[in-house]
Design a protein around this ligand. Structure first.
Ligand code: SAH
Length: 243
């Protein structure tokens, strides 16, 4: 499939200016290169439904970058949980060279693609981790190791909080990328928020440029250690969510 790279680059640049994240303008070529790799690999790997250039620029790239509208420290140790085709992790790794990224997924073929892409894009700040989040969260080398964990389109909020927050350092943040309406999900997550020692620090609603829809970033601060019972064994957080 041919990919209109000029249209992608122009849409991304326009969106960066609109937000405003125009300091990332110099990163557009590297992002475009990654978009092309995704579209090419998608034919075999079924990585994303989004392949049209404008939609790719807004719904995958700008959406991934949206947390940069908030203030963050210069250096962070980060993990993208259920990274799939590399969203939001790869655009963020391109945008912030001083943030170290671990891209976690349970599907090895997606990580093989991402390792190759990170090599081609010359991204020394990206590594991959092949694991279920439930297992990583109990591994002493991973548990409570990250300043920032992000995740998009992986699970409903109570499940996601159980998967993600064991990986976050005490005092660190989990950023959940969600759709426009989050009231229902937030209501269902009250128990998980309490049990997992979280504070909902910020609900950040945003509009994707070009009328591509509404999104919400939920920022959870980890205010105490995750009880040792969590995460429960693989599959249980989704089957019996902490509702
Ligand atoms: N974040 C990407 C991909 C979403 S698809 C995006 O927004 O485009 C969800 C991904 O999460 C899949 O690649 C799936 O393999 C992974 N995933 C789901 N549950 C997981 C778990 N418990 N542990 C690790 N990866 C998981």
């Amino acid at each position: 499939m041919s990919f209109d790279r000029e249209l992608f680059d122009a849409t991304l640049l326009e969106g960066l200016h609109a937000w405003p994240l125009e300091d990332l303008g110099s990163k557009v070529p590297q992002m475009g290169q990654f978009a092309e790799l995704v579209v090419r690999a998608n034919e075999e790997l079924n990585l994303t439904r989004i392949v049209e250039p404008q939609e790719m620029a807004v719904k995958n790239f700008l959406d991934s970058l949206s947390i940069l509208l908030l203030d963050w420290p210069q250096k962070l140790r980060c993990l993208d949980l259920g990274t799939g085709a590399g969203f939001p992790g790869v655009p963020l790794a391109v945008a912030r060279e001083n943030w170290q990224w671990v891209l976690l997924d349970s599907l090895r073929k997606k990580l093989a693609f991402l390792e190759k892409a990170a090599g081609e894009l010359r991204l020394p700040n990206v590594t991959t981790l092949h694991a279920r989040a439930e297992d990583a969260g109990r591994d002493t080398g991973q548990r409570e190791q990250y300043d920032l964990v992000v995740s998009r389109a992986v699970a409903s909020l109570p499940t996601l909080l159980e998967l993600a927050t064991p990986l976050v350092k005490i005092g660190g943040v989990f950023a959940a990328y969600k759709g426009g309406s989050v009231d229902h999900e937030l209501q269902s997550a009250g128990r998980a928020i309490r049990l997992l020692q979280l504070d909902l620090e910020r609900v950040f609603p945003l509009q994707l440029p070009g009328g591509f829809g509404e999104r919400t970033i939920l920022l959870f601060r980890k205010i105490g250690p995750t009880p040792s019972a969590y995460p429960r064994r693989a599959g249980i957080p989704a089957k019996r969510p902490l509702e």
